[in-house]
Design a protein around this ligand. Structure first.
Ligand code: HEM
Ligand code: HEM
Length: 237
């Protein structure tokens, strides 16, 4: 039997290592994709590689949401409309209950971010700068589709920036208004038990399973890229 330590300051693990690595790698891949685009043509290869990394991470997170530890699971954090609205109302009244894992609103925000990053990466596969660099599926797809994907790659990026700004704004709000530090747990994995509202710690981090899933996700992105037909050189001139 696991006995709880006598003081109330002890920490419990809520974010498993694979979820944390996923999060910070996603931040780096998106910041990198943006910077490499800003740096111009010489960095376009890296823009595309970092985009593939973002796509790999999204595929991994979708699988992890099904088989990962407790607080990483979609079934744990995706709430029905009723509880989500109740949480929103408590939040607006300044009384969000303490709990481990994503809040009902946070859970839906996670899904929104995963979808928007996926749209950014997939639209990139069909994009082209019309000079030197193209996503692997640009040449194979009809122009009507690539035109849409190019427009989507540009407009969806603004949506992504908006979600990131909201995401960071919420972190600041939790700290300023309720002195709740959400960032610490995303870095270390643990939070004070007193702030977990009686929720349990995760018992296993499932690292081996995570490594297998990450390798499978990278392999599927490699297949998506490698399966694209080689463009006819005449298409460029
Ligand atoms: C998911 C991470 C990604 C982010 C955040 C991102 C971001 C951007 C942004 C902001 C632009 C400029 C859009 C515009 O204003 O026209 C751009 C252009 C572009 N991206 Fe991405 N992208 C990502 C992934 C990808 C991927 C996976 C590929 C292809 C494999 C790709 C290929 C391109 C190409 C070819 C351009 C056009 C460059 C130009 O016309 O200057 N991107 N990307
Ligand atoms: C490119 C920018 C970012 C994106 C796309 C992003 C995306 C995400 C996603 C998808 C999650 C869900 C994690 C999961 O369950 O797998 C998450 C959670 C989280 N992120 Fe970010 N993030 C970004 C930047 C940041 C930064 C800069 C910070 C800290 C300063 C941060 C702090 C957090 C925290 C604390 C959580 C957990 C929230 C909670 O307790 O429910 N994020 N983020």
């Amino acid at each position: 039997m696991v006995r709880e330590p006598p003081n109330s300051n002890y920490q419990i693990t809520v974010w498993d290592l694979p979820t944390r690595v996923f999060h910070w790698a996603l931040v780096l891949s998106l910041a990198g994709s943006w910077i490499t685009h800003e740096l111009g043509l010489a960095w376009m290869e890296w823009h595309m590689r970092l985009g593939y990394l973002a796509l790999t991470l999204i595929i991994f997170r979708l699988a992890w949401g099904l088989v990962g530890p407790r607080y990483a699971r979609f079934s744990q954090f995706l709430a029905a409309p009723g509880p989500t609205l109740r949480y929103l109302s408590l939040w607006l009244r300044g009384k969000p209950p303490a709990a481990a894992g994503h809040s009902p609103i946070g859970g839906w925000a996670v899904i929104a971010m995963l979808v928007v990053v996926a749209v950014q990466a997939v639209s990139g596969l069909f994009n082209s700068d019309e000079i030197l660099y193209s996503g692997p599926w640009h040449a194979a797809a009809p122009t009507a589709l690539t035109d849409r994907m190019e427009a989507l790659h540009a407009s969806n990026f603004n949506l992504l920036l908006t979600l990131i700004a909201l995401h960071l704004g919420v972190m600041v709000k939790y700290w300023m208004r309720w002195r709740r530090n959400l960032v610490g747990p995303m870095l270390t994995g643990s939070m004070p038990a007193a702030l977990a509202g009686g929720d349990k710690a995760v018992s296993s981090q499932r690292i081996v399973l995570a490594v297998i899933l990450l390798a499978a996700s990278a392999a599927s992105v490699w297949l998506i890229v490698a399966a694209a037909p080689v463009p006819d050189p005449d298409d460029f001139f």
